[in-house]
Design a protein around this ligand. Structure first.
Ligand SMILES: CC(C)(COP(=O)(O)OP(=O)(O)OC[C@H]1O[C@@H](n2cnc3c(N)ncnc32)[C@H](O)[C@@H]1OP(=O)(O)O)[C@@H](O)C(=O)NCCC(=O)NCCS
Length: 161
């Protein structure tokens, strides 16, 4: 397996995996993913097999805004390459490869990526049952946040360096 940053040509594979991993109300659409890849593809980390098959990915914009806001999901233009915080909009691993540590590898890779770039830390939102999982990687739960993405209430978690 290898981890690399995304290119525009990865759109089909990324969009297919996103649609397989999240319910329609929560999944990023193809257009939103195309915009994200064009504006901040360097903050898309892809885990692939030797032959290039996509197994998983993690992505998010960088911003000085301290909290993850729903408008960020569809407004790639809010990305600020000089920003303090690395947001995580999605963590996706294909079903047949789950529970082998790949999700953890991607979280660690994005954490090292943010540290190398001198960020203050990382921010994500998740459902309550995922809190223990992200806590294993150093994220602290900040409780329910303002996000109602997909009609769900989300917790915000933060890893501060
Ligand atoms: C969430 C998701 C990304 C996790 O990916 P993953 O590759 O299965 O993650 P990991 O393998 O790192 O860890 C998953 C579980 O497997 C366990 N695990 C990891 N390696 C393992 C192994 N070799 N043997 C047994 N269990 C293992 C982990 O401890 C973890 O257990 P926990 O959930 O009780 O904490 C994946 O389930 C997914 O894509 N879900 C759909 C989209 C989604 O919900 N994304 C997150 C939104 S917040």
């Amino acid at each position: 397996m290898m981890i690399r940053t995304a290119q525009a040509g990865d759109l089909d594979a990324v969009a297919a995996l996103e649609a397989a991993c999240f319910p329609p109300a929560e999944a990023a659409g193809r257009d939103a993913l195309q915009q994200r890849l064009a504006v901040f593809g360097q903050h898309f980390l892809l885990l692939t097999e030797e032959d290039g098959t996509l197994v998983g990915f993690i992505n998010g914009m960088v911003t000085d805004l301290p909290d993850l806001e729903d408008r960020m999901y569809d407004q790639a233009g809010l990305h600020n390459e000089k920003g303090a915080w690395q947001m995580i909009f999605g963590l996706d691993v294909r079903e047949q490869d789950r529970c082998r540590g790949y999700g953890g590898q991607l979280i660690k890779a994005m954490t090292e990526h943010a540290q190398r770039q001198g960020r203050k830390g990382l921010v994500l939102t998740c459902k309550d049952y995922r809190i223990p999982y992200y806590a294993k990687f150093g994220f602290a739960d900040e409780g329910f946040c303002g996000s109602v993405h997909g009609g769900v209430r989300w917790h915000q978690m933060r890893l501060t360096f």
